[in-house]
Design a protein around this ligand. Structure first.
Ligand code: ADP
Ligand code: K
Ligand code: ZN
Length: 437
């Protein structure tokens, strides 16, 4: 029988009706905060003819307008802040989706809430003050590193703030210091696991018992692979900067969906096209409303992430709704090694290269458990495809441009003119070979 540890029994195992009531009150307070402090959202509400007084329970949420990712960019950096900057104690940002990144501001209260959300996740993974937790998420604007750090500190664990990269050294520290838990992206965890084996270290020489892995989509097959390699429990953790970073939802030892921290966020699934709410177990776009955030509250924020929700009491004892793994995104965005890549960003780079045609393809593969992006660039008709020296320089130049604008390393393949299939409808810009067999 599995052992389940719960950080905040009162909130995580709350009676359904009691929680609904709490959520309703918090929703009303959040709407009032937005209406009074965020002109852009007040305008939306006015246009929709809805006032804070109309929100008297969570059923009323459908009356409220959505918040879009573009709203964050359009109001960058501080336009959607509900709190004064003097009360903001932290800025965090998303991995950087466009030239205009998405940032969020956190009040002291927001940091506390976020910290507890991660503490709950780590506790669900068996974490206590007796644990030594190695954090191999990047530290910085990205919420992964600091988020995990705060949560691990909260439960009193011994934190090793490694940040990401420097793989050999990570492994030596893991072994020498006897890390019992690991937090990083699932692809990095797999890379670490495979390197551990290549270095001739056996899982039993390590003390690892579990890990919380998130910030990018991964599969059940990947979990199996990881658990086989390291002989531990690999759990999923989900979050996004706009809502509160990692810990918004997390898996328990049942490993069957992630519990959403419902006292702090209200989740909905909608049809991304009609925007109508969808019932349990039906895939759709995940939408979040923050219930306790005071820095930059979000009402009906469309995540673009596709998954299902499932209400009920879990075998672990928690009564919070569970979300399935993210199966995809409603937009054309690629997440390569945890960094977001939009085809349009690549296009923008290629448009500045005079030898490149408007036809290109992004190919993503998983090689040694790491995402590899290949940008196939079709050359213009007048380019001499026999001038190997010139082509090599051109490929290197494009690679540098991509690196500088998107902060990712991509392999650049130059293709002869007219070699990429033309489309009669929407162009296919992505070949994602990662989860196809
Ligand atoms: P960005 O949007 O730039 O990636 P974040 O770092 O805030 O910024 O990442 C949030 C996004 O990362 C989510 O919307 C989701 O698409 C993805 N994500 C985070 N955790 C997971 C997870 N466990 N499984 C799948 N996708 C995840
Ligand atoms: K401040
Ligand atoms: Zn559970």
């Amino acid at each position: 029988k599995k052992i389940h540890y719960i950080y905040n029994d009162a909130m995580e195992c709350m009676d359904f009706d009691e929680r609904k009531k709490l959520q309703g009150e918090r929703l009303r307070a959040t709407v009032e905060l937005e209406y009074n402090n965020v002109p852009a959202y007040r305008k939306r509400m006015d246009e929709a003819g809805v006032k804070p007084e109309d929100i008297n329970g969570i059923e009323d949420i459908v009356k409220l307008p959505f918040t879009q990712k573009t709203d964050l960019r359009d109001n960058f950096p501080y336009g959607l802040f509900a709190a004064d900057l003097k009360d903001i104690v932290r800025i965090q940002g998303s991995s950087g989706t466009t030239g205009k990144p998405i940032v969020s501001g956190y009040t002291e209260n927001d940091i506390k809430v976020w910290t507890e959300m991660v503490a709950r996740a780590l506790t669900a993974a068996g974490g206590t003050k007796d644990d030594i937790i190695q954090i191999a998420y990047g530290y910085g604007l990205f919420t992964g590193g600091l988020g995990a750090h705060q949560g691990a500190t909260e439960i009193g664990a011994t934190v090793i703030p490694m940040s990401s990269g420097n793989t050999q050294r990570q492994i030596i520290m893991m072994k020498e210091l006897g890390a019992t838990m690991l937090c990083c992206t699932p692809s990095y965890a797999t890379y670490l696991a495979e390197t551990i084996h290549e270095m001739g270290i056996k899982p039993e020489e390590l003390k690892l018992k579990s890990g919380c892995f998130g910030a990018e989509p991964w599969t059940e097959e990947m979990r199996q692979h990881l658990e086989d390699l390291l002989d531990f429990d690999a759990l999923d953790i989900y979050g996004l900067t706009e809502i509160g970073g990692p810990g918004v939802a997390f898996e328990c030892m049942e490993k069957h969906g992630m519990h959403i921290n419902e006292d702090h966020v209200l989740a909905e699934i909608i049809d991304p096209v009609t925007e109508e709410p969808l019932p349990d177990d039906t895939p759709g776009e995940l939408v979040f409303t923050t219930l306790t955030k005071t820095g930059v509250p979000m009402i009906r924020y469309r995540t673009h992430d596709i998954c299902t929700l499932h209400h009920g009491t879990c075998a672990c004892g928690r009564t919070t709704v569970k979300m399935s793994r993210i199966t995809g995104r409603t937009d054309d965005m690629l997440v390569v090694r945890g960094v977001n890549v939009f085809p349009s960003q690549i296009e923008a780079v290629l448009m500045g290269v005079k030898e490149a045609s408007a036809h290109y393809m992004l190919v993503v593969d998983r090689v040694n458990s790491q995402d590899k992006l290949t940008v196939q660039v079709e050359l213009k008709d007048d380019v001499d495809i026999n001038d190997a020296d010139k082509l090599e320089k051109l490929a290197a130049y494009i690679k540098t441009q991509i690196k500088q604008t998107l902060l990712i390393s991509a392999k650049v393949e130059l293709l002869p003119p007219k070699s990429i299939a033309r489309s009669e409808g929407k162009a296919k810009r992505i070949t994602d070979n990662r989860n196809t067999g």
